[in-house]
Every structure is written in C-alpha cells, then in structure tokens.
Design a binder for this molecule. Sequence first.
Ligand SMILES: [Zn+2]
Length: 100
Amino acid sequence: MAPLERSAWWLGIKVFSEDDLEQLAGRDRLERARLLVDTIDDLYQDEWSICGTVHDDKPYLAMVHHVGHPLGCECACPDGDPGSWCEHVVAVGLCYLDEA
Ligand SMILES: [Zn+2]
C-alpha cells in the first residue's frame, strides 16, 4: 500500500481526511485543535510527514506521519507520547487539510 499512498501525496491528493483525525483524536480534541490552526508556523511536508510549530502555552513541534495505516504522530508537549493524538498534532493535520 505504501507506494500507492506516496504517489497520491506527490499528486497533491490529501492522504487523510478530517474524519480520520476525528476518529483518532475524538471530537473534543478536534474542536480544541481547530482553535490552534491559526497559530501554526512553518508548516512543512514531505512524502513521509507533515510537521509544524503550534503556539499553545509554548511552541510545540508536532508531526503527523502519513505513510501507512494507521497514521502515526509525534509531539513535543507533555501529552505527546508517541502515537498520542494531542490537539497539536491534530491542528497540524487540520492545517494541512486547509491548504489548497
Ligand atoms: Zn502536543
């Protein structure tokens, strides 16, 4: 599956949806994440990951790894155990989805 997903990324096709984020993080976190989208600096993406700096109480570098299922994520915040979908990672995901 991974090569197909990578080519979808290269073609500019979104590799996950807001529904995926809601399933992973839950409705409450999705709503909190929405408020953080405008604070994101330096959104960066490559064929493996999307990352950005989210300015919450402090700036946190958050990442979504979009290759493979399930999606993976990382965040530098205190809630950011590997694979834990905190609002920062979800915000980075939403910011990516908002891009044209
Ligand atoms: Zn976080």
